[in-house]
Design a protein around this ligand. Structure first.
Ligand code: SF4
Ligand code: ZN
Length: 258
């Protein structure tokens, strides 16, 4: 995933997965030839939640001596997430996810990153497989962000085969476990329901999550020879690569203006 000459921009939310990934990469990478690690935190502007995790990210990077930059929705998009979501809280995770991905890409480019590393774990990946299946979204199911295309800085997910439980244990034995607030919009998230369901299934039928990932990989291999995604085009407004004539970020901007 990481090669000599890479500058890895680590998406550090301050939560447990990205904290574990920061800790692992900061142990490994100094011994690697010509690899540079920076951490980027996106501050969406979520009251009662994000300030504390941004503080945790600041403390962690200061303790590990990692270059750290925080980029806010306010600076990039002109407002914070809480304001964008007034009256449309149920769309929180969709709006947040699209704008955060854009913010991360902008920051990674600004700091000359060649890879973006995220802390997604096995549970997250299995949840995404089910969510995309429930939505009937085959292109998104098979479009692994790690393999997107030459228009984007490649994304890597070093913990994507590590169960969430093992990450929690890693943090506990390394004395790095912190109790942090939960995002207030979690209650609207489909992911939260899928997570509860999958956790129960994994407990009763161990291996369920891994099997879901394996199924996804098989579908990906099959789809590699079949056309399932739209060809890459350019957004008519911002010029970003996208599959239609208007990218998701510009769509959200228009809907927020209404
Ligand atoms: Fe954003 Fe949803 Fe995650 Fe909250 S739970 S940080 S709104 S994606
Ligand atoms: Zn656009």
């Amino acid at each position: 995933m990481i090669k000599p000459g890479d500058t890895v921009a680590l998406a550090l939310s301050g939560g447990k997965d990205s904290t574990a990934l920061t800790s692992v990469l900061s142990c490994l990478l100094p011994a690697w030839e010509n690899v540079h690690l920076i951490a980027i935190t996106i501050d969406e502007g979520i009251a009662g939640y994000r300030d504390e995790t941004v503080r945790a990210a600041d403390e962690l990077t200061a303790a590990l001596g990692i270059e750290h930059h925080t980029v806010s929705f306010q600076d990039l998009f002109g407002n914070n997430l809480d304001t964008f979501l007034v009256g449309r809280e149920r769309e929180a995770c969709t709006v947040c996810g699209i704008l955060r991905k854009k913010a991360l890409a902008v920051a990674a480019e600004q700091y000359d990153a060649t890879k973006i590393a995220t802390g997604h774990n096995l549970d997250d990946e299995a949840q995404s497989v089910l969510m995309n299946t429930f939505r009937g979204d085959l292109p998104r199911l098979v479009r692994d962000a790690a393999q997107e295309n030459a228009c984007f800085i490649p994304r890597i997910k070093p913990l994507s085969f590590t169960p969430e439980k093992e990450i929690a244990i890693y943090l506990m034995v390394n004395n790095a476990w912190k109790v942090l607030p939960e995002c207030p919009y979690t209650r609207f998230a489909l992911r939260a329901e899928v997570r509860r369901m999958l956790t129960k299934l994994e407990y009763r039928h161990p291996g369920t999550m891994l099997h879901l990932i394996e199924t996804k990989k098989k579908i990906e291999r099959y789809c590699a020879s079949v056309h399932v995604s739209e060809p890459i085009r350019r957004c008519r407004e911002c010029g970003d690569p996208c599959s239609t004539d208007l990218c998701q970020v510009c769509r959200i901007r228009h809907s927020l203006d209404r």
